[in-house]
Design a protein around this ligand. Sequence first.
Ligand SMILES: [Zn+2]
Ligand SMILES: [Zn+2]
Length: 656
Amino acid sequence: MLEDKKTENGSEAKERNDELFNRIKDLLPKDAGFVKAEFEGPDIVIVVKKIAAIYEDESVIRNIATAVKKKLIVRSDSSVLMGPEKALEVIESIIPKEAGASNIKFEEDFSEVRIEAMKPGLVIGKGGSTLKAIAMQTGWSPKVLRTPTMDSDTIRGVRQLMYNERDFRKKFLHRVGQNINKTVMKSEWLKATALGGFREVGRSSLLLETPHSKVIVDCGISPEPGIKGLDANASGDVNKAFPYLDSANFSINELDAVILTHAHMDHSGFIPYLYKYGYDGPVYCTPATRDLVALLLNDYIKLVARSGGTPLYDEKDVRKMLMHMVTRDYSEVTNITDELKLTYHNAGHILGSAQVHLHVGEGMYNIVHTGDMKYGFTRLFDPANTRFPRVDALFIESTYGGPNDITPNRHDTERNLMETIKRTIDNKGKVLIPLFAVGRSQELQLVLESYMTGDNSPYRFDVPVYLDGMILEASAIHTAYPEFLKEGLRNRILNNRSPFESEIFEVVKGEREQVFENGPAIILASGGMMNGGASVEYFRRLADDARNTLVFVGYNSSNSLGRRLQNGVSEVPLPDSDGKMAPIKVNMNIKTVEGFSGHSDRRQLISYVEKLNIRPKSIFTMHGEEHKCEDLARTLGKVAHAEGRAPMNLDSIRLK
Ligand SMILES: [Zn+2]
Ligand SMILES: [Zn+2]
């Protein structure tokens, strides 16, 4: 389907693209020995006989890129590449030992050599000098990847997959490039359809259509009915679990691209299903999002299987999705169809999270989709970006957009948490903090590290902080992408003083007995809303002791165990080791500490809109409970003197 869609203009397109490639050829220095130019995903690859001729004057490539408005990649023709064995020797002699290079692998299909390093900066060299030396002496174009300072199975797995599937990747990227550049169309209209996550939290998905392009932003599942609802055999309200893809009058095969804002399941969880049912186009995301998605989706599959359900898809489908991912950094402008340009911007929510800026047609229309977004202080990230080249319509999240959603400031929030912990420890109790493995866990690690090791801190408790569940692996992924983190934190990781590796943290591997037997402790356990995961296991053992405290720091959906405990139930049924439901008495203290959220509160949402450098004409709220979406839409409409609206799922809005 994808292939045939625009063939009516095939010959014209070929002519136009050949013209483009010829132009590039003419702009290159003659002695570079131009062989060919071709599309590779959204980029153009230029293959030459003498790569040194191009590296000698870098302005050449910059100027061509500006002229053709594409990202250019220069590579050597395979005929002039140095043999891998010899090249490896040369590369090892060029890279300084302190770079900690490892895992040097040659990708013949791309004429690239992949170099992993503890200190990528030293492989790159001043102004790229070391990279240049490698390319000029061996012909191979170096691609540098950061080795995480903590071991990560996920990163190793994803990188191995990309290497093993390089043959497929080459063909796939070529096909994507062909599709993007098939025709130049002028579209007369633009339509947005809410497929999920409107007037609710969960299963986020938005379809954007022109007469010639169809893309979706996010494709998640709902956390609402719990793990059971995510299961294809569930008896619960499955109708609310997934986006309305089948009701929107289009087939999965017609999609040109999936644009992913960030890794959380309510945005990514349905994507592998698309591949299971025949989608074979690209998913765009940031590099950090790709690795976190691999972690979260594989964990979801395990969790469902463990609870006796049948997951919607399996590891094979997740691998397929990963093989189709095209990563982009913040601020890179990318043509994803002939008329849609995508640019990601920082969203401040979790590692790799991005706001989406879409430029449609030649200046016809501009959309900003915030994804999940934090416009406020966190220890991990800078606040969400508010500067865009143009904005006509804004789609904004509303998780805490209600009139009462004013969270306390961070200083008070942190003091509140530390005081709660202090009281519990003084009482010889244990503190259990259930967390989403990605995001709040790392934020809490930073808070605890800061207070428990700070010089004049009144909270230098001498108790272990246990990490259980996926938290460690998620933290490890953070150490591979310091460029996404706040400057101070980034520098600590780069200088091998990563707070995630502080000695206050103890990792629980397998046996949990030691945690229960030893005295006071702080336990960070994955399973944020307590619908499953390590947090539930700890709760089961700690619940009846009144000295212990359960502290919530994040969002609990309305049907979750977390919400019921927050509401003060005195007894909850939980399955015992045989799977039989048994009542658990709740004697431990239950406390909610607000203010750690990775979402903006009401004030932050309003000030985000006020700070936008350009005032949107229309503001659409999403990702919030019904009354919050409605109220926020009204308020923001007034603030920005714009149309403010809270669409319902399945609403279609003509934007242009
Ligand atoms: Zn999120
Ligand atoms: Zn979300």
